[in-house]
Design a protein around this ligand. Structure first.
Ligand SMILES: *Cc1c(COP(=O)(O)O)cnc(C)c1O
Length: 481
């Protein structure tokens, strides 16, 4: 303890950067005067303890996990192997370019492949996630309007009400006013509302297509045209690209800038909130503003890092999560020109197979063919027998199935959003359909049973709000007698 006290002596300045350079911080003395009472256990005991806890966790390796590509997609082991090759893990971003030709080449190749898939001309790999990509893309839009002398006039970003919450959040972080437009009854963008919202103050529109209710907006060309005619740019939220990759390209739909969630569409793991990657792609007229550096070949064919002339700066260090980019590159190379659209088709097929297997019992929020996901509304069930989306989700846990996304999108009441992904077998889908049908019957006969589900899980219904607002993070030793 003496050590800690000495280190944290009051008033001691800790220099962060180096002599003569601001800033510095002042450490406060620690409040602790006694060493913490850490538990005394053997390695075997602690290993058993954590193994037992791990067995209680449900992962995509244990069973069906219909949260979909949005969070839980196939993570091939070969990606990990490629990304752990020493030539990639042992490099430093400040090494001379001549000594990291392979890494720069891999980045350039990924840029070219993502460009081919999306119809974009240039990419930055700096953003660490989708939301970070949104923010970056909006800064590109902002830089573009400023470069044309319209920066102060174009202050609004249009966002449909079905959008993911990160869209309006990113827009306001980037200093924009968010204009929310309602969806039409069919779940797609209301064209009249869009026409009314678009004008000389429009900086851009943010849209995901297929959208969060799993529908491909048939009016997409009209939508992007309305925004372009008003002088705005179109931002594509690429979180749902899994449904259309290799089939249609956002660049051909009229989008100018886009993010991709490599940890969704391109199979890199989400691992406890990170690391992810949200590369941002754009049409060539926005490329001069891209952050960070791009790998380009010089006259001798050597790959060199190059910064854009009017770059917005950096949104993250160096090349972002380089190893995550490599894993996604490995996945794209493995699937190839045929496998990429095949994965999209199978994702759509699997979602429709489940939808058709359930739609006579459960209300599908937007009937008709869906893309990679569909949304059920359990409102009729709740009105009829008091069983909620939460009760059904808890019931799924008793059958070894992870619940799908719940209570999202907000425009559907008692929503369960099901996204099976392309890698599930027919048998798995049949079993999930059977379980959901059986739960529906239970809801009619014995709603109380479902109110108390799950019956076979170690944790039943945690109070998530209290846990988030008032987390108890302290370890406390069992009382000894
Ligand atoms: C997941 C998601 C995002 C945010 O992406 P992150 O990588 O989680 O930051 C944005 N939009 C949609 C539609 C999403 O599903």
């Amino acid at each position: 303890m003496k050590l800690i006290q000495e280190k944290g002596a009051p008033g001691r300045k800790l220099s962060l950067i180096g002599p003569g350079q601001v800033p510095s911080v002042t450490l406060r003395a620690p409040l602790r005067t006694q060493p913490p009472a850490l538990p005394q256990v053997s390695e075997t005991e602690i290993s058993r303890h954590y193994s037992a806890l791990a067995r209680r966790c449900h992962g995509v390796n244990d069973g069906f996990y219909p949260l979909g590509s949005c969070t839980m997609k196939y993570n091939p082991a070969v990606n990990e192997e490629a990304a752990s090759l020493e030539g990639f893990t042992g490099v430093h971003p400040l090494q001379p370019a001549e000594t990291v030709q392979g890494s720069l080449h891999a980045l350039a190749e990924m840029e070219q492949l993502l460009g081919a898939i999306t119809g974009m001309d240039a990419f930055t790999f700096q953003p660490a996630a989708g939301a970070h990509g949104e923010f970056t893309g909006l800064l590109l839009i902002k830089a573009y309007h400023h470069s044309r002398g319209e920066g102060n006039q174009r202050t609004k970003i249009i966002v449909p009400d079905s959008a993911h919450g990160t869209n309006p959040a990113s827009a306001s972080m980037a200093g924009y006013t968010v204009i929310n437009i309602p969806s039409a009854p069919d779940g797609c963008v209301d064209l009249d509302a869009l026409r009314q919202a678009a004008g000389p103050d429009t900086a851009g529109l943010m849209l995901t297509n297929p959208n969060t209710v799993g529908l491909f907006d048939r009016n997409i060309l009209e939508i992007t045209r309305i925004v372009h005619e008003a002088g705005g740019l179109n931002y594509y939220d690429g979180a749902n690209l899994n449904a259309v990759m290799g089939i249609v390209r956002p660049g051909d739909m009229g989008f100018d800038v886009i993010h991709l969630n490599l940890h969704k569409t391109f199979s890199t793991p989400h691992g406890g909130g990170g690391p992810g990657a949200g590369p941002v792609g754009c049409k060539s007229f926005l490329a001069p503003f891209l952050p960070g550096m791009r790998a380009v070949q010089d006259a001798n064919g050597t790959w060199q890092p190059q910064r854009a002339e009017q770059s917005i700066g950096s949104v993250r260090a160096f090349w972002g999560n380089f190893l995550v980019v490599l894993k996604a590159l490995c996945y794209i190379r493995m699937l190839g020109r045929q496998g990429i659209p095949e994965a999209a088709r199978n994702a759509v097929l699997n979602a429709n197979y489940m939808r058709v297997g359930l739609q006579d019992l459960y209300q599908v929020a937007y009937p008709g063919t869906c893309m990679h996901e569909f949304v059920l509304s359990l409102e009729p069930l709740k009105e009829h027998c008091g069983v909620t989306a939460m009760d059904i989700a808890k019931g799924l846990l008793d059958h070894g199935i992870h619940p799908p996304t719940m209570y999202f999108p907000l425009i559907v009441h008692e929503a369960l959003m099901i996204e099976p992904t392309e890698t599930e077998t027919k048998e798995t889908l049949d079993e999930a359909i059977a379980v959901l049908r059986a739960l529906y019957e239970t809801a009619q006969k014995d709603p109380d049973y479902l109110h108390h589900a799950p019956h076979h899980c170690p944790i039943k219904r945690p109070d998530e709000v209290t846990a988030a607002r008032h987390p108890v993070l302290r370890w406390s030793a069992p009382v000894q007698d």
